[in-house]
Design a protein around this ligand. Structure first.
Ligand SMILES: C[S@@+](CC[C@H](N)C(=O)[O-])C[C@H]1O[C@@H](n2cnc3c(N)ncnc32)[C@H](O)[C@@H]1O
Length: 296
């Protein structure tokens, strides 16, 4: 991230969600009615015109192949997961690297029942809080904002003093964020989840393939992806190979690991009228439950 500035990729993600949410119901994959309200002037102007939106999506696809539709497929998958978790009786939700995630505001089933902790880099969170006040008139009672630079401070430092309860059944969502964190920060965060959450807690997060980060994957898509994020001041720093993700999580105190590649999500969601929309081949998404027998 650029010093003192909110994350540019967080805004771009919200813009992709906003563009999808404007489509007809049978055409869209994710529905985030607040995404548009979080955008700055440039994206707001683009979204007012169908033609400009089409050109912007085409351009985004050229610079980071698969990015626009990966964002909406990922958000939809996590939304479905969260819906199932709420029905399963979660007691607390922590959204890591929240950006302009609007789940705390659009999932009515959470309201008044589940406290949501939004953790983010202070520079992005400051901008988010201003937007939330503007959209809703005030900050919601059930949402706790926890500003932490996870590369510099540990999750427990901010969460415990914000009222997080380590005995509650908690879901952690970390969408499009692991790739920006130091390897040690990802490890420390996973250690917090596995040691400091109640029974049957779990985490869902997406990740980039290590081979896309280190240049082993030599195709054009990987090169463009790295170059774009470096240019934006948010170079990818963390990755895992899909074949080792299960072992990676088992070693860190998790069980019941379910992994899907972004490509396979694409083939589930982009059918019928939306067939042909491409998603990235460079990453996956995984959820796993804390193995209580392993808790220290
Ligand atoms: C690509 S955005 C994703 C935002 C949101 N989760 C989404 O899917 O739209 C990456 C997020 O990670 C956050 N982030 C990046 N580096 C961070 C750090 N060191 N500590 C905490 N958050 C960080 C950014 O502020 C941003 O909100």
């Amino acid at each position: 991230m650029k010093e003192g500035k909110p994350s540019a990729t967080a805004e771009a993600n919200a813009a992709f969600r906003a563009a999808d949410s404007l489509r007809a119901e049978e055409e869209r994959v994710c529905y985030d009615p607040f995404a548009r309200d979080f955008l700055g002037t440039k994206f707001s102007i683009i979204l007012k015109s169908k033609l400009l939106t089409k050109i912007a999506l085409w351009y985004a696809e050229r610079i980071v192949p698969g990015a626009p539709y990966s964002v909406v497929a990922r958000t939809r998958y996590i939304d479905d997961y969260l819906e199932a978790c709420i029905d399963d009786g979660i007691e607390q939700l922590v959204i890591l690297g929240a950006g302009y995630d609007s789940r705390a505001y659009r999932f009515d089933k959470l309201k008044g029942k589940v406290r949501v902790f939004e953790v983010d880099h202070p520079d992005t969170q400051r901008a988010k809080i201003e937007k939330v006040k503007k959209i809703f008139g005030s900050l919601p009672d059930d949402v706790v904002y926890v500003p932490i630079d996870l590369d510099k401070r540990r999750l427990n430092e901010g969460l415990f003093k914000s009222g997080y309860d380590k005995d509650l059944k908690t879901r952690f969502i970390c969408e499009r964020t692991t790739q920006y964190l130091r390897v040690e920060a990802v490890d420390e965060t996973l250690a917090f989840v596995s040691n400091d959450s109640g029974e049957d807690s779990s985490i869902i997060f997406d990740y980039a393939f290590q081979s896309a980060l280190d240049g082993t994957l030599r195709h054009d898509e990987a090169k463009k992806w790295r170059a774009t994020f470096e240019q934006r001041g948010e170079p990818p720093t963390f990755g895992i190979e899909e074949t080792s993700v299960e072992e990676f999580l088992l070693k860190r105190g998790f069980c019941r690991v379910k992994n899907v590649s972004m490509e396979s999500l694409g083939s589930v969601y982009f059918t019928g009228v939306s067939q042909g929309r491409k998603v990235t081949r460079l990453g996956g998404i995984v959820h796993a439950t804390v193995d209580t027998q392993e808790q220290t």
